[in-house]
Design a protein around this ligand. Structure first.
Ligand code: PDD
Length: 280
C-alpha cells in the first residue's frame, strides 16, 4: 500500500512516526473515515467540516485547506486503485520532543497520516440482507463523544465484549438510554417513524446520519430525534445503524430478543438503497 505521511506518498513500510508523537503517547489526535464507492468519495464535504470542528475543539489548527484535503484523498484513491473501500485520515498534535501533559507550542508540526483499506463488496454487504445482532453495554466513554478523537479503547472493549457474547456489535447505554453503537449511530422504527437520538456532546455527529436524515425527510418519511431505551428498541418494528463504512445496516436481535421478527425490515432496506442512490 501507498500511504500519506506529512506531505509525502510512501510505501507503508517507509512511513515512520516518532515514539514521542502525542497521538501515540496521549491519544492526542483526531480522525475521519470516508468511504469510497466506484472510486468516488462519499459525503466528503461533511467529513471535512467535522474534521475542522474536531480540530478546533482540541485547540488545533487545520493543517490543510479543503481543496488540498480533497486532492490528497483523490491521489490516495488513485495510487491504491480503490474502487470500494475506505480512506482513513488522522491528524495528531505531533512530536513535542518529550512527554508532557501541557500542549506543545502551536508551531509544533502536526502529524498527518492517510491510508486506504480496500473493501471489495462493500456496497453489496450480505449483512444488509441478514441483519446483525447487538448486545447492550454500559457507555463508559468520556463525555465529549462529539469530538472524533483517536481515543478508541472503550469502543474496542465494548466490541470485544459483544463478540464474546456472540453478537456483532454493542449498543452503548447511558442513564438507561442508548447513546450509539461502538462506531455507528443507532435508530429504531416504530409505526413508520424513524427514531434516533438528537445531536449533543453525548454522541458523534455522524456524517452518514446527517445525510440519511436529509434524504429521509426529502422522501417525506417521519423522523423523531429523541433518546430510546433497549426495551423500546426490542419492541420496535425495526432497528438499524449508520456509519461511513457500513452505510445503513439492519439490526435483527438486541440482547437476545428478536426485533421485527428477526429479519431486516422495509424501512432500513429502503433507507440503505436511498443512501447509496443519493450519495453516489
Ligand atoms: N466511526 N458514532 C461513532 C462512535 C463512530 O465512531 C462513528 C464512525 C459514527 C458514525 O459516523 P459517520 O457516519 O460519520 O461515519 C458514530 C468510523 C466509521 C470508524 O471509527 O471507523
Amino acid at each position: 500500500r501507498t500511504v500519506y505521511l506529512n506531505g509525502e506518498y510512501l510505501p507503508e513500510a517507509e512511513a515512520k512516526v516518532s515514539i514521542f508523537d502525542r497521538g501515540f503517547v496521549m491519544a492526542d489526535g483526531v480522525y475521519e473515515v470516508t468511504s469510497v464507492l466506484q472510486g468516488k468519495l462519499l459525503d466528503f464535504p461533511g467529513h471535512l467540516q467535522r474534521l475542522d470542528r474536531s480540530l478546533k475543539a482540541l485547540g488545533m489548527g487545520n493543517p490543510l485547506a479543503d481543496d488540498e484535503w480533497l486532492a490528497v484523498h483523490r491521489k490516495m484513491v488513485e495510487l491504491n486503485q480503490i474502487d470500494e473501500g475506505i480512506i482513513y485520515l488522522q491528524v495528531t498534535r505531533g512530536n513535542p520532543g518529550d512527554r508532557d501533559f501541557a500542549y506543545p507550542p502551536e508551531t509544533t508540526p502536526q502529524t498527518i497520516v492517510l491510508f486506504t483499506q480496500a473493501k471489495p463488496g462493500l456496497s453489496e454487504n450480505p449483512q444488509a440482507k441478514t441483519g446483525l445482532k447487538v448486545v447492550s453495554v454500559e457507555d463508559l466513554r468520556w463525555a465529549r463523544r462529539d469530538i472524533k478523537t483517536v481515543q478508541l479503547l472503550f469502543p474496542s472493549m465494548a466490541k470485544m465484549e459483544a463478540k464474546h457474547r456472540g453478537a456483532d456489535d454493542a449498543w452503548l447505554v447511558e442513564d438507561g438510554f442508548v447513546t450509539e453503537g461502538t462506531s455507528n449511530n443507532t435508530y429504531i422504527v416504530k409505526d413508520g417513524k424513524i427514531i434516533t437520538r438528537e445531536l449533543s456532546t453525548d454522541i458523534l455527529h455522524g456524517i452518514t446520519r446527517g445525510s440519511l436524515l436529509r434524504y429521509a425527510a426529502e422522501a417525506q418519511m417521519q423522523i423523531e430525534e429523541r433518546p430510546f431505551t433497549i426495551e423500546e428498541a426490542q419492541q420496535a418494528d425495526e432497528a438499524f445503524f449508520t456509519s461511513a463504512s457500513a452505510f445503513v445496516l439492519p439490526v435483527v436481535e438486541i440482547d437476545g430478543a428478536k426485533v421485527g421478527g428477526g429479519t431486516p425490515g422495509p424501512v432500513a432496506t429502503r433507507l440503505r438503497e436511498l443512501y447509496l442512490e443519493e450519495s453516489l
